[in-house]
Structure formats: structure tokens, C-alpha cells
Design a protein around this ligand. Structure first.
Ligand SMILES: Cc1cc2nc3c(=O)[nH]c(=O)nc-3n(C[C@H](O)[C@H](O)[C@H](O)COP(=O)(O)OP(=O)(O)OC[C@H]3O[C@@H](n4cnc5c(N)ncnc54)[C@H](O)[C@@H]3O)c2cc1C
Ligand SMILES: NC(=O)C1=CN([C@@H]2O[C@H](COP(=O)(O)OP(=O)(O)OC[C@H]3O[C@@H](n4cnc5c(N)ncnc54)[C@H](OP(=O)(O)O)[C@@H]3O)[C@@H](O)[C@H]2O)C=CC1
Ligand SMILES: CC(C)=CCC[C@@H](C)[C@H]1CC[C@H]2C3=C(CC[C@]12C)[C@@]1(C)CC[C@H](O)C[C@@H]1CC3
Length: 531
């Protein structure tokens, strides 16, 4: 009886995903957010203090030490107890097979205005830190657009934003990490202290230790962003313009504070540059995150017809501009979501919380999203932008494409998992090369048109292209590489040494095992192939 009831529920969830999102995920996300804000307020008022931080860290150390005392055959590998459905990753790592350690650390610990740093616990979210920093006149040097991402998750994975053409990936803005190792000891890692661990922690996905605090660089800001939308036609023209505006042609051309591009077709893109600004009565102010406003990427697209446009956007609204439609991900879930009436009535419920989308994901929906949609962010040399677009079009035919320019620094032998950029990519007279994030999200054109498409073949070809040009896949997304191919893309030399030296071996899963999909991609790829 229970089996039948469960099966019907699963069938219902799978066949009515749109309804589930509209009537369950959206209200549930709203209530969950409300609950979290109240919890944060109570937590901050009653329990928060730096002294309690030390106590909380001691508790984590005790949990790890207790685990060390277990007999060998009962010592499952360690991971955090944060449920996988809360995590911003498209994979469903099998935490039930691990020994879970409670790392519930949610506090902002210290703002150091003299040195321009903020010390935080790892579960503080991007939403929390922007609300905290912006009224004080600061923001993180790398603040991404998804309010739910945690500062610790980004540090152990990676992060990138539209300021990365000036400062690089998120980890370049980390001053120090505080970590509990596999034996329960506490250690700090910075450029000058345990620098090998410092370099190996980014892109390690919790496979080296438990992060219990981190100190991040912040920057001074102004209340508005003066945003210029520049529509450009012609692939060569927009690629050249993106390279120029991101600083790839040298540092002579003045750089804006923020740069991004949305490519709407092979021939059309809108490039956006943003500069810190004060209120200026000559320019319109756009509150673009208000619930009834058009989705940001749709608004951007309108300038292909209207031509160049300049406006002011309040800084916090600029930083979270892609939040309501999660770039363009929500479009394939709620196709009518940008309709004016829908926005007016229900726009305030958006975005669906990724956590709830994951929470309601059955194995069928997992296979469906994995085979009929693509969610990938790939860091690639910007000089290969034309090839990136051609390859993505050939393999997925999914537009729009997101382009965020980003510096990748050469840290020599101490570069960690990210290989130093080849000499020929370096920007003249500097120790960095200009790369870009290529974001491919949505339903591939082949799937929409029911044409021949095998997600595994397509993704593996994209990964091969990435390896060939010296790029890196974001590891929050599904990967399709064998371990050997993974080790060609990432340099695990320093990582393996650090695992041994800092007692991670035998305590934490290996990076590859931590990030590979939990499902048999080849079997599912074959099953759902469109022939
Ligand atoms: C442990 C602790 C350390 C602090 N350290 C400093 C400091 O070094 N320098 C300084 O100027 N002020 C510090 N504060 C002060 C402080 O955070 C705010 O002044 C206070 O919370 C009131 O903020 P508000 O009314 O401006 O905004 P609120 O509306 O209370 O909060 C704005 C947003 O910031 C987030 N937020 C605020 N504080 C925290 C926190 N501690 N942890 C997680 N999220 C948070 C909230 O979730 C909310 O979204 C600290 C507070 C605490 C509890
Ligand atoms: N613009 C951007 O750059 C964006 C990037 N992302 C990606 O999303 C992820 C961040 O999402 P979020 O939900 O915050 O993080 P996750 O919960 O997905 O954590 C990411 C990884 O970091 C590990 N981790 C998290 N906290 C700790 C800790 N305290 N100690 C040790 N390991 C830890 C997790 O291990 P465990 O499984 O043990 O918890 C997991 O492997 C990153 O992978 C990031 O690259 C997402 C959105 C945008
Ligand atoms: C701009 C950069 C560098 C990154 C943006 C990344 C996001 C587009 C992804 C981060 C987490 C992803 C998840 C999903 C879509 C794409 C992201 C938001 C899902 C909502 C897709 C549907 C699944 O059922 C759940 C996924 C959760 C994570």
C-alpha cells in the first residue's frame, strides 16, 4: 500500500514539475526564507559573539576527535552535515555514506575597516554579507549574484563575478582560512603560513579539512552603479569589445568596476559595464530587483532593439540582479514567469529556492534535468572566446550564453589545482591571463526540437575542448570526466601532497570522488538519448 502511495506521489511530482514549483517550491521557499531571517535575527541578538565562535570550533574538534577513536571499520569518510539539498550543486553527493560533522557556523565575526577585511564563519551567505557590508560602504571583492551561496562553500569550491576581471576568482580575495584537520587539530592557512594548504584549499570541496572561519578582502563602494548596456552585432566585433573592456589587451584602457556580456545569438550580444557612482539627477534610477520588473536578462535583451542605454542601479540591486530569474534558469521551469501579470501577482515569490528544487527532486527528475537541460560554468581563456561560442553552439545550441571575464593569476609551482596560465595567454607586463566564465544554462536547442542529442557525448566533447585550451569546469555542476581526464584538467600534484601532509587521507573523500555525479552518467545518457 505504502509503495503504491509513494509511487503515485513520485509520478505526480515528475509529471507536474511546473505545478510543484508554482504551488510548493515558491511558497515553501518564501516561508523558508522567512524562517531563516527570523532565526538569524534571534541568533544575532541572543547568541552571537566572537567568544562563542571559539567554543563552536572546539565542539567541531571534539566531534572529529571522537570519530578518530572509532574502530577502523566504523570510520566512514568525513563530510559536513549540511544536507545536500541545501547545497548549490547540481549533483547529489551521498552524504549518507559519510560520517557527518556538524559545522553550523553562521556568524559574521569581525569587520576590519583599517585592513579592509571581514572575518566570517563559513555558513554566512552572500545575502547576509551584502546586507551587512553595503550599509557600511563596502562589499566583498568577489560578491556573486546568488544570495544563497555560502562564503565557505564558495571558498572550498570556487566563485566568480563581474568584478573578477580586476581581482580574479573568489579565492584570490581570501586572506586566510581557519581549518579543523582530519585529526581534530586546528590550523590557519595564509600566503605566509602553511602556504601549501592555502593554495590547495580552493577547489578542494571539503576534501582537505573543515573550514571554520575565513578572512576575506572587501572593497569600498559607492551607493550606485552607473550601468552602460552596449548592444553589439557581429561575433568578431563583440568578442573584440569584450576582450578590450576586460583588460585583455593591456592595462592602458581604463577598466570599469564591473564587466559582463550576455550573448543572445551567434551574432548578437549586449555588453554591460558598471562603475561605482553617486546619485546623479541626469540619469534614471532603475530598481531592477523589484518584483514586478522584467527579468534582468530580458531587460538586457531589449537593448538589442533600443540601442545603447545608461542608468543608475542601487548597488545591492546590481549585485543581486540575476537572483530573481537565476540568470535564465527559471525560464525553463516557469516559461510564463516574465509575463507582466505573473510578475505583478507572483513576482515577489521568485526565485524558487534552489534548496527546494533539490528537495523535490526525485531520481526521475534528476535524470530528466541531467539529460534534457544543461547547467555548466567553465573557465576558459578569453582569447578563445570565438571557439568557445562555436563549440557550445555545435554541442548544445543553447542561448543566451553568459560571459564573465576573469583574471587567472600565475602563482608558479604553488598554483594549486588551477594550472598556471600558459605564457602566451598572459596580459603583457603582468602575471595574469584573462579568462572568462562561459555559463551555459537551459534546454539545448536539440532537445527543444527533438533532434539527435546525447547529453554525455555533448558534455564530454565540451570537457575535451576545455582541457585542450587549458580551461577548468566549475565543480558544482555535473562532470563527465574519468579520473584520468580530471587529472589532466586539474593539477593534483600539490593537492595530493597536502592531503598526506595535513592528514586528510583516510579522513576525507578524494576530490574526484566528492564531485563526480552520484549517478551512472553513461547508463542514463544512453537511456535518454534522442536518436
Ligand atoms: C558576532 C557579531 C559580530 C559583529 N561584528 C561587527 C564588526 O566587526 N563590525 C561592525 O561594524 N559591526 C559588527 N557587528 C554588528 C552587527 O552585525 C550589526 O550592527 C547589527 O547586527 C545590527 O545590524 P543592522 O540593524 O544594520 O542590520 P540587520 O538588519 O540586523 O542585519 C542586516 C543583514 O546582515 C546580516 N547579519 C548581520 N550581522 C550578522 C552576523 N553577525 N552574522 C550573520 N549575518 C549577519 C543579517 O542576516 C541581515 O541580513 C557584529 C555583530 C555580531 C552579532
Ligand atoms: N558565481 C559563482 O561563482 C557561483 C558558484 N557556485 C558554486 O556553488 C558552490 C557554493 O555553493 P554552497 O551551497 O554555498 O556550497 P556547498 O554546500 O555546495 O559546498 C561546496 C563544497 O564545499 C564544501 N564545504 C562547504 N562548507 C565547508 C566547510 N565549512 N568545511 C569544509 N568543506 C566545506 C562542501 O563539502 P560538504 O559536501 O562536506 O559540505 C562542498 O564540497 C561552489 O561549488 C561554487 O563554485 C554557485 C553559484 C554561483
Ligand atoms: C555566474 C556563475 C559563475 C555561476 C552561476 C551558477 C548557477 C547558474 C548555478 C549554481 C547552482 C545551480 C543549480 C541549479 C541551476 C544552476 C545553478 C543555479 C538548479 C536550480 C537546477 C535545477 C536542479 O533541480 C537544482 C539545481 C540547484 C543548483
Amino acid at each position: 500500500m505504502t509503495g503504491t502511495w509513494k509511487e503515485s506521489l513520485v509520478n505526480f511530482l515528475e509529471n507536474n514539475r511546473g505545478l510543484v514549483i508554482l504551488f510548493f517550491c515558491l511558497p515553501a521557499s518564501f516561508i523558508f526564507n522567512l524562517f531563516l531571517s527570523i532565526r538569524n535575527k534571534i541568533h544575532r541578538t541572543l547568541f552571537s559573539s566572537p567568544e562563542l565562535h571559539d567554543k563552536r570550533v572546539h565542539k567541531i574538534q571534539s566531534q572529529v576527535r571522537l570519530w578518530n577513536k572509532l574502530p577502523n571499520d566504523r570510520r566512514k569518510l568525513l563530510c559536513t552535515s549540511r544536507p545536500n539539498w541545501l547545497s548549490l550543486s547540481t549533483t547529489f553527493y551521498r552524504k549518507d555514506l559519510c560520517h557527518r560533522i556538524n559545522v553550523d557556523l553562521f556568524d559574521i565575526l569581525n569587520l576590519d575597516e583599517r585592513n579592509l577585511t571581514v572575518r566570517v564563519e563559513p555558513m554566512v551567505t552572500v545575502g547576509d554579507i551584502t546586507k551587512f557590508l553595503i550599509p557600511r560602504g563596502y562589499t566583498l571583492a568577489v560578491t556573486l549574484e546568488i544570495a544563497d551561496a555560502t562564503l565557505g562553500g564558495l571558498a572550498m569550491g570556487t566563485g566568480m563575478t563581474t568584478h573578477s576581471h580586476k581581482v580574479g576568482l573568489y579565492h584570490e580575495t581570501v586572506v586566510s582560512y581557519e581549518v579543523v584537520l582530519g585529526d581534530g587539530s586546528f590550523i590557519q592557512a595564509s600566503k605566509d603560513e602553511n602556504s601549501d594548504l592555502f593554495r590547495a584549499l580552493p577547489w578542494s570541496h571539503g576534501s582537505l579539512g573543515f573550514l571554520v572561519a575565513l578572512t576575506l578582502k572587501i572593497i569600498k563602494v559607492k551607493p550606485f552603479i552607473k550601468m552602460t548596456y552596449l548592444p553589439v552585432r557581429g561575433e568578431k566585433q563583440y568578442c573584440e569589445m569584450i576582450r578590450l573592456l576586460s583588460g585583455d589587451l593591456g592595462e592602458d584602457y581604463p577598466l570599469s568596476d564591473y564587466v559582463e556580456a550576455t550573448i543572445f545569438s551567434r551574432n548578437e550580444a549586449v555588453i554591460m559595464t558598471g562603475d561605482y557612482a553617486d546619485l546623479d539627477s541626469a540619469l534614471p534610477v532603475n530598481h531592477l530587483t523589484r518584483w514586478y520588473k522584467p527579468w534582468f536578462y530580458k531587460y538586457t535583451e531589449s537593448f538589442l532593439k533600443k540601442g545603447k542605454h545608461v542608468e543608475l542601479i542601487p548597488l545591492q540591486e546590481y549585485l543581486l540582479r540575476h537572483n530573481r530569474c537565476i540568470f535564465w534558469v527559471v525560464e525553463s521551469m516557469i516559461p510564463f514567469g516574465n509575463n507582466f501579470l505573473f510578475r505583478l501577482l507572483f513576482g515577489w515569490l521568485l526565485p524558487p529556492k534552489p534548496a527546494f528544487l533539490k528537495f523535490t527532486t526525485t531520481p526521475g527528475i534528476r535524470a530528466f534535468t541531467f539529460t534534457k537541460q544543461v547547467f555548466q560554468d567553465i573557465v576558459l581563456p578569453i582569447r578563445k572566446l570565438e571557439d568557445q561560442i562555436a563549440t557550445s553552439e555545435k554541442l548544445f545550441d543553447a542561448y543566451p550564453l553568459l560571459v564573465y571575464p576573469c583574471r587567472v593569476y600565475n602563482h608558479g609551482d604553488n598554483s594549486g589545482q588551477i594550472k598556471p596560465p600558459p605564457k602566451e595567454y598572459l596580459v603583457e607586463g603582468t602575471n595574469y591571463a584573462m579568462y572568462n566564465d562561459l555559463g551555459i544554462y537551459g534546454v539545448p536547442g536539440f532537445v527543444k526540437r527533438k533532434e539527435k542529442y546525447n547529453p554525455v557525448t555533448a558534455m564530454r566533447a565540451m570537457e575535451k575542448f576545455t582541457r585542450d585550451v587549458g580551461g577548468f569546469s566549475f565543480l558544482y555542476a555535473d562532470i563527465f570526466m574519468t579520473r584520468k581526464e580530471f587529472e589532466e584538467m586539474f593539477d593534483l600534484g600539490l593537492y595530493e601532497k597536502v592531503r598526506k601532509k595535513y592528514k586528510a587521507e583516510g579522513a576525507f573523500p578524494h576530490l574526484y570522488d566528492k564531485v563526480k555525479p552520484e549517478i551512472d552518467v553513461f547508463e542514463i545518457g544512453r537511456r535518454y538519448e534522442i536518436k
